[in-house]
Design a protein around this ligand. Sequence first.
Ligand code: B3K
Ligand code: ZN
Length: 876
Amino acid sequence: GQVVRLEDYRPTDFLIEHVEMRFELFENEALVETVSTLRRREGTDPASPLVLDGDALDFVSASVNGLDIAGDRLDVSPDRLRVALPEATAAQAVQLSVRTRLRPEDNTQLMGLYRTNGVWCTQCEAEGFRRITYFLDRPDVLATYRVRVEADRRAAPVLLSNGNPVEAGALGDDRHFAVWDDPFPKPSYLFALVAGDLDPIEERFRTRSGRDVRLTIYTEKGLSSRAGYAMDALKRSMVWDERRFGLEYDLDVFNIVAVGDFNMGAMENKGLNVFNHKYVLLDPDTATDGDYQGVETVIAHEYFHNWTGNRITCRDWFQLCLKEGLTVYRDQEFTSDERSRAVKRIASVHTLKSHQFPEDQGPLQHPVRPTRYREINNFYTATVYEKGAELVRMIATILGETRFRAGMDLYFARHDGDAATIEDFIRCFEEAGETDLSQFSRWYAQAGTPTLEVRESFADGRLTLDFSQSLAPGSAGTPTAPLVIPIRFGLVDRAGRDIEAVPEAGSAEVEGDVILLTEPRASVVFADLPERPLVSVLRGFSAPVTLLHAQAEADRLALARLDPDPFGRWRALTDLVGERLRDGAKAGGTEAGATDPAIAEALIASVEDGRLEPALRAQMMQLPGEAEIARLIGRDVDPERVHAVREAVLAQIARTGSERLSHVEATLGGDAGFSPDAASAGRRALRNALLLPLSLADGSPERAARRYRDADNMTDRLAALTVLAHVFPDSDLATQAVGSFFQRFEDDALVMDKWFLLLATVPRPDTLERVEALAQHPLFRLSNPNRARALIGGFATGNQRAFNRADGAGYRWVAEQLRRLDPVNPQTAARLATAFRSWRAFEPVRQGHARAALEDLAATPGLSRDLADIVVRSLN
Ligand code: B3K
Ligand code: ZN
C-alpha cells in the first residue's frame, strides 16, 4: 500500500463550496446524486484536472453545469474520478453532478452507507464518504450540504441527515422524502444519513443565549425506554460546555441514533451523532455502573466534538489528536466535575497505563502526531486519544487555569470554521499564555514513554530532589531531545499534612506545586525543613512518564496511608504492589517477596479507611492486572508465573484480611433500590470488590451464588457471576448461574455480549477449547463488531493466560478468526489484531509461536490494507 506522509501535504487545486445530494433508498439498492459547486483555487494551474476519491463505487453518470460529460474529459474507475474542468476558475464556479449506485445491504465493512437491522445508516470518518460518492474526501475541504432523502414510508418513517430539517412530504408509491440543510461548512467525514423505523425520545433544551434546541435520541423499535440516561447525560454535557468553556450548541436540532452494528463507540457527525447502541441503551437490569459511566462519557465526548472537531476540524489526518486528544481531555474534565475528580483521574491513568503504555512500548508505537501512515483508520489509537489528552492536560498544568482558558478562548475565536493544525493550537496558548511552547511541542513528535528518575537526599534540614529524564530510542525518525515535564509534587509531614516549602535559588523552575523539568537533569533544594518530609511526586500523574523514584519502602507505605492527595495515595500503593508482583513473577511465581504482609496490610487498611470515598477504596484494592504485570516485567514473560503470583497475593489478602474486610462490608450496608449516581455506584464497586477476597477466604462459591440470586441490578449480578465463573468455574453453582443468566437474557444483544466476554476471559489455559465452541454458538455472529470484540477481543486482550498458551494454540486460533473476519470487516479485524502488539515481551517459545501466527497471517493472499498494516508493523 501507499504511504501517506505529513510533509507531502498540499492544499487541493479545487474548492467545493456547496453540496446538494439526493438519496433514493430502495430495498436492494440506493441511488445517489451529488451536485458539487466548486471553483478553482486562486493561483493554481488552470489546466489541472479535478481528481476525486472513490472506493469501490459503481459509477452511473456525470455532468458539468447540466451537460453530460464523457469521452476524453472523463476518466473513471471504482476508486477514482478524473475530469477536465477548464470552465472552472477562481471567479467562476461550476456545478459537477455525479450519480452512483450503492448496495447498502451488502456493505459488511460498515463504512459508507450500510444497513443494520433494516436501518440505513452511514459512517464516513475517516474515508467512508468516498464509498458513497466521488469526492475530495479529505478534512480540509469544507462545504455546506443540503440533503434530500427518499424512501418507502413503512421501511423508513424516519429520514435524517445533518443540520436542520427544512422540508418533508409525500411521494407516490407509498414513498416520502425529507430535506436537511446544514449551514455550517464541514468536511465530508462529518456527513451522515439515517433512515429507518426508529423509536424517538425527545426533549427541549434552551441554550444560554436563548436558542431552543430539540434533542432527539432514536433507537431500534421497543428500546427507547433505555435512552433516558443518555438524554440526561446529553443535557448535562450541553450545560457543562456553556459553563466551563463558554460554548453553545448551534443548530435547531440535535439528533442521536443508536444502532447495533457499528465499528467503534460513536461518531460525531454534525447535528446527527450515530452511536453504537452500547453507548446509549441502559437500564439497571441490563447495564452495569461501568456501562452508565461509559454512556455518559461517550455522549459527552461526541457532543463536545461539535466545537472541537466540527466547528474547528483538522487540516489533515496527521492532526487527528487536535480533535481527539482535546475532546478526550474535555470529556475527562466533564466527568471529573460531574463525579469525583480523584476517582476519574485514577481511572484515566489506569486506562493510559493499560492501553497507551503497551502501545508506546511495542511495535505499534507512534508519536501523538504521526508523520506517516498506510491506513489512517489504524491511527485511532490510545496514543492519539489518551496520550493526546495528556498533552493537553500538561499544557493546562503548565499554564494554570486562567491562562489555559484564555488559550482555549483564543483557539475558538481565531479558528472557528478552520481546518487547523497542532501548530495553530499551540500558538494560541503561546500567545494567550505569553509563553514559549516550542520545547513542549516535542511531545507531539516523540514516540515512546519517557522515564523520569527522582532521587532524594536529606541533611541538615535541606531536602534535595534530583531529577533526570531519558527516552529509549523510539521508532525511526523520532527525536529523543529533552522534553518539558511538569512534575506536580507535595512534601508531606508525618501527620499527613502538606508542608509549605520554598525552593532555594538555583533550583529548577518551580511554580506553585509544579516543578518544570526542561533539561536532561535538574535539582530542586528545599531548606529549613524541621524534619525529613515524605516526597509525593507526579501527583495527578502530571506527565505521561514511567516514574523511577528510589524511595524507601517505609515512605511509600506512609504515603499510601496519609498523602493528603488521594491520587498520591493510590499511586504510592499501586506502584509498590506492581513492583512486588513484577519481582515475584520474575523470581518464579510464588516467591515470598510478593506476598509481603506489609503490603497486604496496606491494601486492607486503605479499604478500611472511611475518610476515602468508597469508589476510591475499591480502586485502591484493585491489584494490577496480569497484562500490566507483564508490561512491568518487560521481557521474557512467563504468563503462568504472572498468574500464579497474582493469585498468591489475592489469597494472602483473603487469608489475612477476611475479618476486617467483612467488617467493611457490614458497615457499608446495602442500598435500597438502584440509583446510577456516582456515590451509589461507588458503594456497589466497593461491595463487589470485596466479594472476591471474601469468597476466596470462604473457599466456596456460596457467597457469590447468593449475591447472584439476590442481585436486583446488572452491576451486582455480573460481579457475582464473574467470581463464580472465573474463580469457581468447575462448581455446579457456577454452571447453573451461567446457564440461568443465558436463559434470562438471550434475547438481549448487549447482555449477550457480556456473557460471551465473561466466558472468553475465564483465566485458564483450557478456556481456548471453550471459546472455540462458543464461536460455533448460534448467537455468535462474526459480522457484528460488538459480538466479535466480546469473544475474540475478550479472549485475546482479556485472557493473558489462555491467549498466550505455551503451545501457541491461542495465537493460532485468534489469527484464524482474523483471517475469517478480514474480508467481512477489515477495520474490526485490524483493531482486534492489535492484541498481538506485546508478543515480543514473552519468553522465546511463546514468541516463536506468536511470530509464526503473525507471519502466516501476513502471507494470507488478499489481506486488507487495514489488517496487513497492523500485522506487518507488529512483525517489524
Ligand atoms: N471520531 C470518531 C472515531 C472515528 C473512527 C474512524 N475509524 C469517534 C470519536 O472519537 O469520537
Ligand atoms: Zn472523538
